[in-house]
Design a protein around this ligand. Structure first.
Ligand code: NAD
Ligand code: IPM
Ligand code: MN
Length: 355
């Protein structure tokens, strides 16, 4: 029996609704498999925790998390209680950076049974490899309060190591897929970092003669996501560009509520973290209508990470079938609740094994 120890942080808002449903799905996966077991330990670290303790997690929070094989997180952010940058840098971004989760993988594909807003959504299947530890997300800079001359300076950090690492990851991934990498750049307008990004991309691509490449400015690339997503296989993007592209990735599938993600630690020193693309969705919290697919597909990515790819792809097939049969939440045109979608996925998982 293989046992996986998973730290669970439901977080804020709909995180607390979609995470329990996804854990039920994972328990069912373990049950039907018979040879694996999950040991979930849940932590209440969130904006509510901040209100009580003045911090998003305890001082030894990272020490506690370090012992787990992975972290399964819902979403963080409740701007009514804690300012977003305080909440996110105090938990989510802290974990990504301290645990050297330098790569964020975010797939998007044509999904059976979903009404995409695209005119011709058929057959797109792409993955954004987002650099996840540096770039535009930095604490370097500052604020100067000088009356009318008040200003804010925000520095972006692009190291050669970090940039190469993301690009190598993208090329290796493309070799296992359709052999194409697109670089998201903006070297026409951003003076230092993006010409550097292009240079590194041109160097790295020399090592992968069998992989085709393209490079588009992020503004045009974002438009191509909408007009012709079929041209993409793997896209490598900086932290911020990747963030923005992957909400579009969710939207072109039909809802950002279904888009999954994995924050990967590559050096094996720390756990990786699995959390969907979407946030805590304060506008729908408490209604029982949050789409759980983003979180459940994220659970599938965690299964892949544990080496259980076969099980993972069976789970994704079932998610698609359930959606195709109309058992879906309102954001994708259905009338089902978060729990009903989860329960139907569990039922079909059991059924798939009993036949
Ligand atoms: P959001 O992703 O929470 O919501 C954007 C829109 O998408 C909303 O209309 C919401 O109702 C809808 N939506 C999102 N997930 C959905 C789901 N599963 N089912 C149905 N509809 C869904 O983005 P936002 O409004 O910019 O941010 C809200 C809060 O979440 C903020 O505090 C923000 O910082 C935080 N946030 C956290 C994460 C994270 O923890 N990974 C990611 C993004 C945003
Ligand atoms: C995401 C989110 C986060 C990010 C925020 C909440 C800091 O938007 O995971 O996509 O920008 O990385
Ligand atoms: Mn985002």
């Amino acid at each position: 029996m293989k046992k996986f120890e998973v730290a669970v942080i439901p977080g804020d808002g709909i995180g607390k609704e979609v995470v329990p449903v996804s854990l039920k799905v994972l328990e069912t996966v373990a049950e039907v498999h018979g040879g694996i077991k999950f040991d979930f330990q849940s932590f209440p670290w969130s904006s509510d925790y901040y209100v009580e303790h003045g911090k998003m997690m305890p001082d030894d929070g990272l020490k506690i998390l370090k012992n787990f094989e992975s972290i399964f997180l819902g979403a963080i952010g409740n701007p009514a209680l804690v300012q977003d940058h305080i909440a996110l840098w105090g938990l989510l971004i802290k974990i990504r950076r301290e645990f050297e989760q330098s790569i964020n993988i975010r797939p998007a594909k044509y999904f059976k049974g979903l009404k995409s807003p695209l005119v011709n959504p058929k057959d797109f299947d792409l993955i954004v490899v987002r650099e996840n530890s540096e770039g535009e997300y930095s604490e370097v800079g500052g604020r100067i309060h000088k009356g009318d001359d008040e200003l804010a300076i925000q520095n972006a950090i692009f190291t050669k190591k970090g940039t190469e690492r993301a690009m190598h990851y993208a090329f290796e991934l493309a070799k296992k897929r359709r052999g194409h990498v697109t670089s998201a750049t903006k070297s026409n307008g951003i003076f230092h970092s993006m010409p550097f990004w292009d240079e590194v991309f041109n160097e790295v691509k020399e090592e992968y003669q069998d992989v085709q490449t393209a490079s588009y400015h992020i503004d045009a690339l974002a438009a191509f996501f909408v007009t012709r997503p079929q041209i993409f296989d793997v896209i490598v993007a900086s932290n911020l560009f990747g963030d923005i592209l992957t909400d579009i990735g969710g939207a072109i599938m039909g809802s950002i509520g279904i888009a999954p993600a994995a924050n990967i630690n590559l050096n094996g020193k720390y756990p990786s973290m699995f959390e969907p693309v979407h946030g805590s969705a304060p506008d729908i919290v408490g209604k029982g209508i949050a789409n759980p697919i983003g979180q459940i597909w994220t659970a599938k990515m965690m299964l892949d990470h544990f080496g259980e790819e076969e099980l993972g792809s069976k789970l994704l097939d079932i998610i698609e079938d359930v959606t195709n049969d109309g058992i879906k939440t309102p954001d994708i045109g259905g009338t089902s609740s978060t729990e009903e979608v989860g329960d139907e996925i569990c039922r079909r998982l059991k059924q798939a094994v009993s036949v």
